[in-house]
Design a protein around this ligand. Structure first.
Ligand code: 5GP
Length: 127
């Protein structure tokens, strides 16, 4: 397995502080911020701070500490924005695109957290 990480991608620039973001949550190994083009009332992106292109790269090469930190950061965001049922909310959806068939635009692993309205059933695939 080999994964090529492009350090000039936009989320790497956000992590280096070269581009601003609207931060929601930060941990030692993860950062969460509002998506610049929200697709739901809540649309937050959660990224690991390490250089991983997608979920399978992260699962293969991240440390146990990074994986635990990132997993918990995603859940904390769902609670923090108020959509987790454990926080009294009505639910949320998490999604991560990897590669061209999934229309991944930014080649740094990110989990989308959507919520704040009824999201319908899963995904609509264009013809
Ligand atoms: P993908 O298609 O790779 O799963 O999603 C990339 C997401 O990054 C898109 O939802 C897009 O709106 C968001 N995005 C792209 N550039 C920026 C940026 O500079 N700042 C923020 N906050 N989000 C961005």
């Amino acid at each position: 397995m080999s994964y090529a990480y492009d350090p000039q991608n936009i989320f790497a620039k956000i992590l280096r502080g070269e581009i601003p973001c609207s931060k929601v949550h930060e941990t030692p190994h993860s950062l969460a911020f509002h998506d610049i083009n929200p697709q739901a009332p809540t649309h937050v992106l959660v990224i690991p701070k390490g250089p991983y292109v997608n979920f399978d790269h992260f699962a293969a090469e991240a440390s146990e500490v990074e994986i635990a930190d990132f997993t918990r950061a995603v859940a904390e965001v769902a609670r923090r924005v108020g959509h987790a049922e454990s926080a009294g909310g009505a639910g949320y959806r998490i999604l991560s695109n990897a590669g061209p068939d999934a229309h991944q635009e930014v080649p740094h692993l990110h989990i989308h957290v959507f919520g704040g309205k009824f999201l319908g059933r899963m995904i609509k695939v264009p013809e």
